[in-house]
Design a protein around this ligand. Structure first.
Ligand code: FBP
Length: 262
């Protein structure tokens, strides 16, 4: 476990990763709500907001756009991914090595998905092991997208399932573990407790109202979570900066949702 407080991934010990790997994971459908969001340039610009501690992208957008933003954006290279066209057992192809992320992309941190419960879990955990150990050589923080899914897992946001997902982050050596919101502060408290010294952050999910989204973020912070990794709830909004202003108040200034919305 590597404390992330002294790395660019954290601000005051808190984390707000802007996730933008959706072009791979979901495809163009996610950009329909706000067509401008299909342009990575607009998202790299959004990631310069002070509230954002890192931008998570796949290798291609990093290679093409990051060189102009190296001074203003912390890059988290997402090292595996799957398209929505894949109909097999939940799995994720390794798309980039740690060495490539560090030396070619100039990334500051790495991100990796594991689907515990999938029939591909054992291979994915072995791939994560390779990435996690290599990341230590480059002193890069490791963020695990821990998303239980597969034939036996119908409800992947049940409190006990999310607590297990968070615990796996600790067991596997992630510095930060990203889990789906279990629906309550209490559920998140269990996850945080199970993760021990590994930090837990919430995954944003599909777009909801400002208030509903900030309420869930408030609950995560109150539960001892370190922050969130969010995509659609920021860049599908007509004014992403305005929501980032509110998130900045809730996450770093410990404001209430009402105050953050005023
Ligand atoms: P959102 O905040 O838009 O949910 O993004 C978080 C994220 O983990 C992305 O990094 C990823 O592309 C997406 O969710 C995957 O979601 P799922 O696998 O549940 O469709």
């Amino acid at each position: 476990m590597r404390p992330i407080d002294d790395t660019p991934l954290a601000r005051d010990g808190k984390v707000l990763i802007l996730a933008y790997d959706h072009g791979m994971e979901h495809g163009p459908v996610d950009f329909e709500e706000r067509p401008e969001s299909a342009d990575p340039e607009s998202i790299f610009r959004t990631a310069t907001h002070d509230a954002v501690t890192a931008l998570a992208v796949q290798k291609g957008p990093a290679e093409a756009y990051y060189p102009s933003y190296e001074d203003d954006v912390t890059l988290l290279a997402k090292l595996n991914g799957t398209s929505n066209m894949w109909m097999g057992e939940p799995d994720s192809s390794v798309t980039c090595s740690v060495e490539y992320a560090a030396t070619q992309l100039e990334a500051d941190a790495i991100g990796f998905t594991v689907y515990p419960g999938s029939n591909k879990e054992t291979e994915m955990v072995e791939e994560f092991r390779e990435a996690q150990e290599a990341a230590r050589d480059y002193d890069m923080p490791v963020v695990l997208w821990s998303y239980p899914r597969g034939q036996g897992l119908k409800n992947d946001t049940k409190e006990s399932t999310i607590a297990y997902a968070a615990r796996l982050g600790l067991e596997l050596g992630a510095d930060v573990t990203k889990v789906k919101y279990p629906g309550s502060r209490q559920g998140m408290e269990q996850a945080v407790q199970m993760a021990g010294k590994s930090k837990v952050i919430m995954s944003g999910g599909s777009k909801v109202s400002d208030e509903a989204f900030l309420d869930s973020v408030r609950a995560v912070m109150d539960a001892g979570g370190a922050g969130l990794a969010v995509g659609r709830n920021v860049w599908q909004r007509q004014d992403p900066e305005s929501l980032l202003d509110s998130l900045e108040r809730v996450i770093y200034k410990d404001d209430t949702v009402d105050a953050a919305l005023r």
